[in-house]
Design a protein around this ligand. Sequence first.
Ligand code: ATP
Ligand code: MG
Length: 421
Amino acid sequence: VSGPRRAAVLSIGSELLLGDLTDTNATWISDRLRSRGVAVVHHLAVRDDVEEIVDALRWLAERSELVVVGGGLGPTSDDLTRDAIAAALGVELVFHEDLEEAIVARFAAMSRPMAPRNRRQAFAPEGAVTCPPVGTAPAFAVDLPASHGPVRVVALPGVPWELHRFWDAFVDPQLDELGVVGTTVTRVVHIGGRGESDIAGVVEPLVDDLPEVTLAFLAKQYGVQVRLSASGIDRADAMRRSQPAVDAVVAALGPAVSGLDGDDLEVTVVRLLAARGERVATGESATAGSIAARLGRVPGASEVLVGGLVAYRTEAKTSLAGIDADLVARHGAVSAATSEALARAARERSGADWGIGVTGVAGPGTVDGLPVGTAFWALAHPDGTCEVHERVLPGDRPAIVLRLGSAALDLLRRRLSGDAG
Ligand code: ATP
Ligand code: MG
């Protein structure tokens, strides 16, 4: 692997510094560069200000071999990326007739006349390599001298879909030209129901024996991702090099593994149900239908998700789910007994093989003296039995709803994959 090893991302736009906009471009660009084996060593965001952009460019150029600039290529007076890059190089902006024609054509394709101000976008710093627009803004690249040699600076529009298109059409070919060979893949093992340090204790010794693989942990709202990265001459090679680590982690963590790569918990549950030809229904209080909704996002859900009862207020547990009002009154709306009754009602009323039932206190207030985070999740099995689990879950209201749903889905996943635990 040769070519630039260290890259930086410079995001331009005052909105980014006012708290109005999250810099998702920097994250996306980093992922793409990492997949080419180029390390991103800095993210920097600056306001729409020529001096600040020039300062940032110089600072980053001293510390990297490639700078990807996103944003500030629009037609308005606060779009200053062209001016700033020209200033950093000490050159003028020059007009590109072919770019103007391409911009006019883009507008024509949208049945709109080109506003005079869009002519600004046909200018680029002298010496730049340009790329015609995919939206209305062209992209360009220059080499900026730094004390360690020339640094390639690639300027892309900030609109995410445009930036993504330019990546394939304009940036990737430059990486090839600069001598970047190879690809890094990151494999993801999703783990449910075990803590990060507990998982690290199992996984770190395994990966220590595999020097080709880099290990990282990412704690999610529910569960942990074990991320295993390996480089190779191409994707297939990198996949081959990462496979022993993936296999070792899956073998060591067994039933705690809830999915691989793009297969998260919901995808895994849908796949396992489909493989068995079985179906599930939900009876949801605290999660208000979100467990069913999470399954419904997965392609193929219609094969395995029968439906769900959203029995939110106490009276709905009787009016919608048909649960004996005395049972709810005796045990409480948030209780093991009510969760079990919801799971059974969901299963029996829908004819599903499995029924999920949940109750809990999502907060911010307590319910019947139970603390915020109190959660009961039940699973009605195809054989007519039902199991109930309980825990006080951490976090605020959205986190508790998410965790409770994940706990219930993970319980179903474990039972479907033969973990009797
Ligand atoms: P264009 O030339 O296509 O008009 P631009 O280069 O002028 O784009 P901006 O005006 O800076 O880009 O941003 C346009 C829109 O793109 C923003 O309103 C925002 O929605 C989105 N955007 C810009 N920068 C980012 C970023 N770093 N992360 C996520 N979204 C962004
Ligand atoms: Mg802008």
